[in-house]
Design a protein around this ligand. Structure first.
Ligand code: ATP
Ligand code: RIB
Length: 310
């Protein structure tokens, strides 16, 4: 069973469904308030565990109810929490999530304790576990220094490092360029390259620019279109699975978590992205974030169903 360390955010989600996102100064009715565990790092750690791997979470929470709720859920999912720091003063991160009628989300995040994840805590935990790790997954919802430290120590120790460049943050190339796989979505890639990505031609141009900065591969998440792989030898679009969209929140986390496990297991990049697409597709069919992460059996079943149909 591969073991993956997930260095990333732990955030409590307060999500509502709305017909549309309100304009400035407007007060409109929403429905179905759900308060539950989330955060890109924590969601991905659950995706890793449900994919049948060992997940180690490295992050920072506050000493409060939201933090305890997160820990209880992650613990129940079998995630190793020995790398989670409890900050004595900062509040656990919280996100206000609006899910519109198309299932698309708009998110406001108060990072709270996530901003206190130190490079030292990251390095200490990776060093302590390094001889058993098959991969490291890092996201951008934590301080830039912690991202850079995690990527550097992982690459120095010869562990595959996947960087999910979400949420959009203009972190310096020195932070993310030295990694095995950089996996942004279109908006995150646009933030890194500094121009909008309106179509597949621009997406490929951006992915090539990101690859030239240093990662061994770029896997660009393209929502309902699937994902684009760009390496020195390969350019490919791996199509998504047609599904009914209910809530896209967490699809990127399911994708990255599943991708890290598949790479840790030694799958080819194309097969790994195929599994990640299946995990993302299953996630968008369900309301919720962490709870929506699919299991390995569900991913296997979708892949099998698709194979039969084609
Ligand atoms: P998040 O909401 O977690 O930030 P993201 O924006 O980072 O997600 P997306 O590109 O929206 O990531 O989705 C990640 C992956 O999930 C896609 O590459 C695809 O495999 C799958 N996916 C997303 N939307 C759909 C969809 N409508 N139909 C099928 N698969 C989808
Ligand atoms: O990717 C989804 C996550 O982004 C949510 O769980 C929310 O916490 C935000 O960080």
């Amino acid at each position: 069973m591969p073991k993956i360390a997930v260095i990333g955010s732990i955030i409590t989600d307060l999500a509502v469904q709305t017909t549309r996102v309100p304009n400035v100064g407007e007060n409109i009715q929403a429905k179905n308030l759900r308060i539950g565990p989330g955060g890109k790092g924590a969601n991905a750690a659950v995706a890793v565990a449900r994919a049948g791997a060992e997940a180690v979470s490295i992050g920072c929470i506050g000493d409060d109810e939201f933090g305890r709720m997160e820990m209880a859920y992650l613990d129940q999912e079998g995630v190793d929490l020995s790398g989670v720091t409890i900050h004595p003063e900062a509040a656990t991160g919280a996100a206000i999530i609006l899910i519109d009628a198309q299932g698309e989300n708009t998110i406001l995040v108060a990072n709270g304790a996530n901003d206190h994840l130190s490079s030292e805590a990251v390095v200490k935990k990776i060093e302590a576990q390094h001889d058993t790790l098959d991969g490291i997954l890092i996201n951008f919802e934590i301080p830039e220094a912690a991202v850079a430290a995690g990527a550097r120590i992982g690459m120095d120790l010869g562990i595959p490092v996947l960087i999910d460049a979400g949420p959009p943050r203009k972190y310096a190339p020195e932070t993310w360029a030295h990694c095995t796989i950089l996996t942004p979505n279109a908006l995150e890639a646009a933030t890194l390259v500094g121009y909008p990505i309106e179509d597949e031609i621009k997406a490929e141009q951006a992915a090539r620019e990101l690859l030239a900065a240093g990662p061994q591969a770029v896997v660009l998440k393209l929502g309902g279109r699937g994902a684009m792989i760009i390496t020195a030898e390969l350019t490919a679009i791996i199509p998504s699975f047609p599904v009914e969209v209910v809530d896209t929140t967490g699809a990127g986390d399911a994708f990255s978590g599943t991708l890290s496990v598949a790479i840790g297991k030694g799958l080819s990049l194309e097969d790994a992205v195929g599994r990640a697409n299946a995990a993302g597709a299953l996630t968008v069919t369900r309301l919720g974030t962490m709870s929506a992460m699919p299991t390995r059996q569900e991913v296997d079943a979708l892949l099998k169903q698709h194979e039969k149909a084609s």
